[in-house]
Each structure stands twice: as C-alpha cells, then as structure tokens.
Design a protein around this ligand. Sequence first.
Ligand SMILES: C[S@@+](CC[C@H](N)C(=O)[O-])C[C@H]1O[C@@H](n2cnc3c(N)ncnc32)[C@H](O)[C@@H]1O
Length: 201
Amino acid sequence: MEISQAHARELEKQQQRKEALRVACGTAFAGCSSLFFEAGCGHGHWLTSYAEAHPEQVCVGIDLIALRVRKALAKKDKRGLKNLHFFKAELGEFLEVLPEGLRLDSSILLFPDPWPKARHHRRRMVQHTLLDVLARRTLPGGHFYFRTDDRAYFDWTIEHLEENAYWEIDPSHPWPHERETYFQGLMDAYDSVVARKVETN
Ligand SMILES: C[S@@+](CC[C@H](N)C(=O)[O-])C[C@H]1O[C@@H](n2cnc3c(N)ncnc32)[C@H](O)[C@@H]1O
C-alpha cells in the first residue's frame, strides 16, 4: 500500500522521537531494575512529593506537554532529587521504548483527560491495551492507582479493571501518597481505585 509523503514524514519523525527517547531512558535508568511510574504527570507536583518521601525508589513521570514537563523538572532540580526523572513523551511510545528488562513497581494515573464524548472514548488513556502492557511490565505485587473527578471515566476504569484478566481491584490497599496535583486543586470531588496485578503461575 502506498503512503503519502506527509504520512511517511510523520512516521520518520515518530521513529526519530522514539529513538531519542530510547537513548534517554537507557542513560537515565542504567543500573536500575524497577521504577515507580506516573503517566500524564502534568506539572509534577505529586511525583516530586512522592519521590522526596521515597528516596529508595526510582520514579519517572511523563507528559505530552513540554511546558508542564519543564515545570516538573524545575521542581525536581530545586529539591536536588536524584531518584526522579521526567520526560516529554507519549504514553504508548514511552512504554514501547522502555528498556525490556526494566520493571514497574507500580503505576499511577491522576486526573487524566476524561474525553466525555462517546466517539472520543478511544482517546482515554485507560484501555485494555494499556492495562495489558502495564501488567506485563509490573513486578509481582505491583499496583495500578487511578484517580479522577469524572464519574463516567471512573466507571469506565472500574469496568476495564473488572474485565481485565491481569488486574484485580484491591479495595483494602492504601493510597500510596497524598499530595494535591494541579488538577486535583481545581476539583470539588473525586474517586480513586487501586488494582493489584494478578499473580500467574
Ligand atoms: C488533566 S491533565 C492532569 C495532569 C496531572 N496528573 C494533574 O492531576 O494535575 C492530563 C495530562 O495528561 C497528559 N496526557 C494526555 N494524554 C497523554 C499521553 N497519551 N501520553 C502522555 N501524557 C498524556 C496531558 O498532557 C495532561 O498534562
């Protein structure tokens, strides 16, 4: 099948972007075996506070918006946190280039864009493909933490977790850390869910 020149250029740019990210991850995570991961970290408030409280853990946050990642990096630098990394990256691309041997301790998604219209639901970050990839990369005993102000997105996430063979909702597991995010500060109310990776023999 022939692809247009514009499409071919876009694919090439994507390849270059992924290669640069692969090299950056290889350098940042050399000698490291597992990470605490935040997808869509925004301005980095939550993960900076978490990393400061858990110096023994290596933490990584990613976001699509460069300005937000710069603000997150400024927080990390101000506190001199060596165990914290932020990258401007798209979620799927990041998980694709993350060094294969590297595992996730746990992952968190805080106030992701809700995409309320049905025709946009496929843009939501929570999808079975994401839950499958996260489960494959997560260490035994690892968790997936999710919080949103959007009730429909909360229900969607519960449904996906209930349907997914690799995760089970773990209501008694504590929330890992409390620090208001930028978007949390704008919301009156929110819901949280914690899921544990299912052990397979
Ligand atoms: C509503 S904001 C929430 C930011 C932060 N978690 C908070 O609570 O303040 C959602 C964030 O997810 C990021 N985002 C959306 N889709 C993404 C994707 N596919 N990969 C990485 N980041 C993404 C957006 O750029 C945005 O900063």
